[in-house]
Ligand binder design. Structure first.
Ligand code: ADP
Ligand code: MG
Length: 242
């Protein structure tokens, strides 16, 4: 579904990604972790073509992002993205947040978009909030709306960038529950998160990044079950967060 081949990226003279290669198969749930500043957000944004890269190749569903013929907005519409700070439109109601891109980007009718929006709002348990504005919701509720909004676009993969790290602790569980449900339904997911409980429960694979490099890329069982086989940096990181 997603393939990265030797992806490197620089911000000016600073190399933020070095030779990153990995692939994500359909239905796989991959967790990316690593210290702050290690390039996790940059990597995930590159997959969604939100960040350009200077060398290597990224292929999403058979389409190369670097190919000048690729219609990036069209591809981006099929890759769901959920951010740390929700990024809902504050001046639009929950229902409008869920329908605007379906109408403007996918060309769906208002009725069709609303039906789809309410279906996913129900799925994240927030149908009663449909006419509220984001500012009237808790952080956990806003993040669940953001997930529903991404799902409304019928994504082929969902990317999450630390979706629970801006939340008060009591709201983390409700967002993780939605993500676990998605994983169990077979959604292809790539999640930057330090929620190792989530990683243990539903991920297939764990990628550990440090200083812009993919240091570890292994099965969940190897990552958590065989600490002695891990790199010193991954071990050190795990000892701090577990
Ligand atoms: P992570 O998500 O793992 O915390 P990021 O991908 O956000 O890491 O950032 C990786 C590195 O790139 C950091 O050192 C950060 O300061 C730097 N960086 C991120 N965005 C920019 C930018 N727009 N310009 C310059 N440097 C940046
Ligand atoms: Mg980040």
């Amino acid at each position: 579904m997603i393939e990265l081949r030797n992806v490197s990226k620089w911000y000016g003279a600073f190399q933020v990604l070095t030779d990153c290669s990995t692939s994500i198969k359909k239905g796989e749930v991959v967790v990316i972790c690593g210290p702050s500043g290690s390039g996790k957000s940059t990597l995930i944004k590159a997959i969604n073509a939100l960040e350009p890269f200077q060398s290597g190749e990224i292929i999403v569903d058979g389409i190369s992002l670097g190919d000048p013929k690729t219609n990036l907005p069209k591809l981006r519409a099929r890759v769901g993205m959920v951010f740390q700070h929700f990024e809902l439109f504050p001046h639009l109601s929950v229902t409008e947040n869920l329908t605007i891109a379906q109408i403007k980007v996918l060309g769906r009718s208002v009725d069709e978009a609303q039906a789809q929006g309410l279906r996913y709002l129900d799925r994240v348990g927030l149908i009663a909030q449909k006419d509220k504005f984001p500012g009237q919701l808790s952080g956990g509720q806003q993040q669940r709306v953001a997930i529903a909004r991404a799902l409304c676009m019928d994504p082929i993969v969902m990317l999450f960038d630390e979706p629970t790290s801006a939340l008060d602790p009591e709201m983390v569980g409700e967002v993780l529950d939605v993500m676990v449900g998605l994983a169990n339904d077979g959604m292809t997911m790539c999640c930057v998160t330090h929620e190792m409980g989530f990683a243990r429960k539903v991920s297939n694979r764990v990628i550990f990044m440090d200083h812009g490099k993919i240091i570890e890329d292994c099965s969940k069982d190897d990552f958590f079950g065989d600490p002695d086989a891990r790199s010193p940096r991954a071990k050190d990181f795990l000892s701090k967060i577990l």
